[in-house]
Write a protein that binds this ligand. Structure first.
Ligand SMILES: Cc1cc2nc3c(=O)[nH]c(=O)nc-3n(C[C@H](O)[C@H](O)[C@H](O)COP(=O)(O)OP(=O)(O)OC[C@H]3O[C@@H](n4cnc5c(N)ncnc54)[C@H](O)[C@@H]3O)c2cc1C
Ligand code: SF4
Ligand code: SF4
Length: 389
């Protein structure tokens, strides 16, 4: 009897050199900092600054585009990068044991709900329904996590988002709300580990929420173990910090320090401390789109346990996409014990339709020369002249 040998899997030999040429200089890098936190030799730096949000190599021995440790066999950074080669398919396989179908442009999910925190303070402090904060508070209390990698603001600049660790209810609420500039929350991992935390939730933009499953699938090592819960934020773009001075202040006289809240609902909404309200056309803001977002295909945080967004006819609910068993368990238990109020998203079909539309729109940004599977489900582009006649 003859036996057919399974094809041998290609050895994973890719290092900073490949990451640099195929992701960073190719324009696919989102600035998620997965490579930075994973590097066992600490040779990848990161500029968390306006106009930057990019990793760079700290050792120049082989030039900025190659790595001494990579040449000796280290491959951790490419194992952590959720834009390197077949990242989407691999994360899907890891989380769901299957790839997404063409219809699943918003990723694989189990259920969509509209939710809000039952606690009035949490609800009011949150950006939409306060769900993210409510989940973190609940998961901390119930022992699912001992801290969260999340985002804060600077003491002297309330709109400068920065990564940080939240391990108490006060810290969780201090970070609530949305800043529409970038915060690479993954970068808070070092601080969390230094402080002795070992069961972490990651709150991250879509790009960041693909980091843990990609790391797990590609066996990036012990650095991927402490993240046990993955909360994603729906996202079509972030803006460079210069938008405050160059557009909001220069053209509309809206000073950053006087802003009380902002949101994006078809327009950029800004509430000022003096009680005034302003709307700015999103088209005007496009020029300040952060570079790392320009090719991002993931609107719906497709690899999170639970993905959260603000789409919907009611402002103060969170659109909640439940994706994994863990996500399902947490939402079910929170509804049962009254921590959150939930209703079916069937009550707001326009919100779900918009979510799918925006998911498709983001996928269209993924270049056709990169991994073709990411564009699965997009309508075929008509060839010039094909429609004639
Ligand atoms: C930059 C950005 C773009 C977004 N774009 C969309 C969109 O296009 N469509 C949509 O439906 N929803 C979008 N959202 C999600 C939405 O604004 C809310 O975050 C989401 O609905 C959860 O609301 P909540 O009240 O449940 O969260 P909250 O309880 O207010 O918790 C929000 C959490 O997000 C964290 N956070 C805040 N700002 C940032 C940041 N810049 N980077 C990383 N983490 C941050 C906070 O620290 C907090 O943990 C975006 C969010 C952000 C931050
Ligand atoms: S996408 Fe993220 S992991 Fe990949 S190179 Fe950029 S910062 Fe690093
Ligand atoms: S659009 Fe959002 S998810 Fe995509 S790269 Fe930008 S910040 Fe990340």
């Amino acid at each position: 009897m003859s036996t057919v040998e399974a094809p041998k899997k290609e050895r994973w030999s890719f290092q900073w050199k490949e990451l640099y040429s195929e992701v960073i200089t190719a324009g696919l890098c989102t600035g998620c900092a997965g490579c930075v936190i994973s590097c066992p030799h600490d040779v990848i730096g990161y500029h968390h600054e306006p106009g930057a949000y990019r990793p760079f190599h700290l050792e120049e021995e082989l030039g900025l585009d190659n790595c001494v440790h990579g040449e000796k066999g280290c491959t951790t950074c490419t194992r952590a990068c959720p834009r390197f080669r077949g990242w989407e398919h691999e994360a899907n396989e890891h989380l769901f044991d299957r790839d997404r179908t063409p219809e699943e442009t918003a990723g694989i999910y189990d259920d969509i709900l509209l939710t809000r925190a039952s606690d009035d303070l949490v609800h009011r402090t949150g950006q939409d329904g306060g769900l993210v904060s409510a989940i973190l508070l609940w998961a901390l209390r119930e022992g699912y996590i001992d801290a969260a990698l999340t985002s804060y603001v600077e003491h002297d600049d309330v709109w400068k988002a920065r990564p940080g660790v939240a391990s108490t209810p006060e810290e969780i609420l201090a970070g609530a709300g949305s800043r529409y500039t970038y915060s690479a929350n993954t970068l808070a991992l070092d601080e969390a580990l230094e402080r002795g935390f070992s069961k972490l939730a990651l709150v991250g933009m879509s790009c960041q929420s693909s980091v843990p499953p990609v790391m797990w699938h590609r066996k990036a090592g012990k650095i991927s173990k402490p993240i046990v819960f993955n909360l994603g934020l729906l996202c079509s773009k972030t803006f460079d910090d210069s938008i405050f001075e160059e557009l909001f202040e220069a053209k509309y006289g809206l000073a950053k320090q006087d802003m009380a809240k902002m949101n994006i609902k078809g327009v950029f909404q800004i509430w000022m401390r003096d009680g005034s309200y302003h709307e700015i056309n999103l088209k005007e803001c496009h020029a300040w789109t952060r570079e790392g977002c320009t090719h991002c295909p993931d609107f719906a945080a497709e690899h999170a346990d639970i993905s959260c967004g603000g789409i919907g006819k009611d402002n103060d609910w969170t659109l909640t996409i439940v994706r994994t068993d863990l996500g399902r368990e947490i939402i079910r238990r929170m509804i049962e014990d009254g921590s959150i109020v939930a209703r079916s998203a069937d009550e707001d079909p326009a919100a779900v339709a918009l979510m799918h539309k925006l998911a498709q729109k983001s996928r269209e940004r993924w270049p056709s020369w990169a991994d073709a599977e990411v564009r699965l489900g997009l309508p075929e582009k008509k060839k010039a002249g094909a429609a004639a006649g």
